[in-house]
Design a protein around this ligand. Sequence first.
Ligand SMILES: [Zn+2]
Length: 70
Amino acid sequence: MGTDTWPQCRKCQDGDLLPLSDFGGQGAPIHYKAWVCSNPDCGFNIKIRNGDVYQNEPVASGASHAPRIR
Ligand SMILES: [Zn+2]
């Protein structure tokens, strides 16, 4: 129940595609900028950047932005 709110992932047919939002340079919210599969084993993702659509980009875990260890 409640899991059929989002479209099903077409790749793994198991997870749901969850919409992600971002904030633009002016702080304006960009709704549904990216969709990511909820199945961690699938990792399918699609996002829009500057009007172009990107599929299955490597998911940035944030490690690249980790603070330097002094
Ligand atoms: Zn999937």
